[in-house]
Design a protein around this ligand. Structure first.
Ligand SMILES: C[S@@+](CC[C@H](N)C(=O)[O-])C[C@H]1O[C@@H](n2cnc3c(N)ncnc32)[C@H](O)[C@@H]1O
Length: 264
């Protein structure tokens, strides 16, 4: 169970009337959101320097018991992909640390969460302070910051589009031991032929956000993704021969690849 102080049934906080028009709109939207979803929203963006301290304090108690968003939705796919008996697992671009916490819940002995953003790591560390997770302030593109070919599973969610994806993928692969797995959930840009599928996915995402209770992460975002789905599929196939690429409903793709044991 993940930490939460916003228990089901707890009343939504009253709508506070702010002083400016902009603030009013933001507060009103957030209040409507809470009413419809049951999830308390962040009052401020974590990457807005003016609100950072506030966000840091408040976020520690704002993860609902079963947080949902379209990244978290696909965590199960990654958790199922890790090899049986995996002991060392790393989440690259761990953000708020939800996947790391789920890995500990699954019984993984050594869980590492790495992120370039010291603030989001601080929030993750604070929120999951009771769990044996090693939080590393590091850059996956820096070959010296993480041990090579050591991990049973190398996972990464919504992070590859923050960098040159092909380079990032090669670095992720380099962290996996022979027989180890690389599992990625990613975002990509649409080609025109993707648009009907994207529109359907967007609609379903809206429905799920209301019915399941949307939780907004506090990590940095990068938009639009530089590579398209087609480009991601092609470069993943070149960098990770035999990779399983899948396209998913809620505007995500996944990659699952096992580093060959022989000839590595
Ligand atoms: C959109 S967030 C996703 C966070 C989390 N995985 C989730 O699903 O909520 C992307 C994260 O990747 C991190 N990141 C970006 N470039 C990185 C790099 N080169 N190495 C490690 N982390 C990186 C960002 O700081 C950010 O926290």
């Amino acid at each position: 169970m993940l930490t939460s102080s916003f228990a089901p049934g707890e009343p939504v906080r009253p709508l506070v009337i702010p002083s400016t028009c902009d603030e009013s709109l933001t507060a009103y939207r957030s209040w409507l959101f809470e009413l419809s979803s049951g999830v308390r929203q962040r009052e401020a963006c974590s990457f807005d320097p003016h609100f950072d301290d506030f966000a840091r304090v408040r976020l520690t108690d704002m993860v609902p018991e079963t947080p949902w968003n379209s990244n978290i939705h696909y965590h199960q796919l990654l958790l199922r992909a890790i090899p049986n008996g995996a002991k060392r697992v790393i989440d690259v671009g761990c953000g708020d640390g939800i996947l790391c916490a789920q890995l500990v819940q699954r019984g993984v002995e050594s869980v590492v969460g790495v992120d370039t953003d010291a603030d989001v790591l601080h929030r993750a560390r604070t929120r999951f302070s009771g769990l044996p997770i090693k939080w590393v302030h590091g850059d996956v593109l820096n070959p010296d910051s993480l041990p090579h070919r050591q991990y049973d599973a190398v996972l990464s969610v919504a992070t590859l589009h923050h960098m040159d994806a092909a380079t990032g993928l090669a670095h992720l692969a380099d962290l996996a031991r022979p027989g180890g797995v690389v599992g990625v959930i990613g975002l990509a840009a649409n080609d025109w032929w993707d648009l009907p599928c994207a529109a359907g996915g967007q609609f379903m995402r809206r429905v799920a956000s209301v019915t399941r209770g949307y939780w907004e992460h506090s990590a940095a975002m990068a938009w639009p993704p530089p590579a398209t789905y087609r480009e991601m599929k092609r470069s993943a196939g070149e960098i990770l021969p035999g990779v399983r690429y899948r396209r998913h409903l809620y505007s995500r793709y996944s990659l699952v690849w096992t580093r060959p044991v022989a000839g590595t």
